[in-house]
Write a protein that binds this ligand. Structure first.
Ligand SMILES: NC(=O)c1ccc[n+]([C@@H]2O[C@H](COP(=O)([O-])OP(=O)(O)OC[C@H]3O[C@@H](n4cnc5c(N)ncnc54)[C@H](OP(=O)(O)O)[C@@H]3O)[C@@H](O)[C@H]2O)c1
Length: 226
């Protein structure tokens, strides 16, 4: 798999999932492009990945996403792994601001990433939205997660349906726990990242691709829509 000369935008590179992908992309000789909302975290990314293009900004903000799009320019591949977990208690106890924050993290970032970066992705490239099996479940005390990720699943369906030509759009649906620090029962970020590099060279288009273990990861193994 030769990814040298490729520019690969990894959103969420300061987090568990994106970090492993950015590290694997750098290891493969491609140029990772990474963004953090926080200057200090962005600096750390620059130190970890000396060949990366590092930007500070907020993809969940429409105007800032547009600015980031102009600064990043054309890319070969995009993997969107912004967002995290939300399980803060019963819906009726949440202040209004909680909805805004959860939506920004779990839906707006994905929507603006697609709006700004999909048109900048190479015709022969790929655009991958990361989701988890949790997005298909209703978990107690996780209403905001359920609401926002339902939107991401809808975004994924729409993009996968509409994007019949040009960059391949897929959803990567994770069914295991990925963490940066290795411990029993979790998949280390770097092992995850190395496995999912196959996304960038596969021909799969318009699919939900499941991830369970690195050794069994196959971009041709599709998950049925539910
Ligand atoms: N880890 C897992 O085991 C697992 C399993 C299944 C699915 N997933 C999915 O994978 C994605 C990433 O999970 P993770 O575990 O890597 O999360 P994480 O460790 O909490 O990292 C979250 C990342 O999202 C960015 N982010 C947070 N809020 C944002 C906002 N409002 N706007 C833009 N960026 C924002 C953060 O960047 P900043 O530096 O800007 O804060 C950070 O890089 C999520 O969609 C999650 O549902 C993860």
């Amino acid at each position: 798999m030769d990814l040298r000369e490729k520019k690969i935008l990894v959103l969420g590179a300061t987090g568990n999932v994106g970090h492993g992908v950015a590290a694997a992309v750098a290891e493969a000789g491609a140029t990772p492009i990474v963004i953090s909302r926080d200057k200090e975290r962005a600096k750390q990314l620059g130190a970890l990945f000396p060949t990366a293009q590092v930007l500070v900004g907020d993809v969940s903000d429409a105007a800032d996403a547009d600015r980031l799009g102009r600064e990043v320019g054309a890319v070969d591949h995009v993997l969107v792994s912004s967002g995290g977990w939300w399980q803060k208690g019963p819906f009726v106890r949440q202040p209004a601001v909680e909805y805004d924050e959860a939506r920004r993290m779990l839906l707006d970032a994905q929507v603006h990433a697609a709006r700004v970066f999909l048109p900048r992705t190479a015709e022969t490239g790929s655009f991958t939205l990361v989701t988890g099996v949790g997005a298909t479940l209703t978990i107690p005390n996780a209403s905001m997660l359920a609401i926002a990720t339902a939107g991401v699943l809808a975004l994924s369906r729409s993009l996968r349906l509409e994007q019949r030509a040009g960059p391949r759009v897929n959803e990567l649906r994770i069914a295991s726990r990925i963490e940066r620090a290795p411990r029993p029962g979790v998949v280390p970020s770097i092992a995850f990242g190395r496995a999912v590099l196959k996304l960038f060279t596969s021909t799969t288009r318009g699919a939900i691709i499941g991830f369970d273990r690195p050794e069994s990861f196959d971009p041709a193994a599709h998950v049925e829509e539910r």
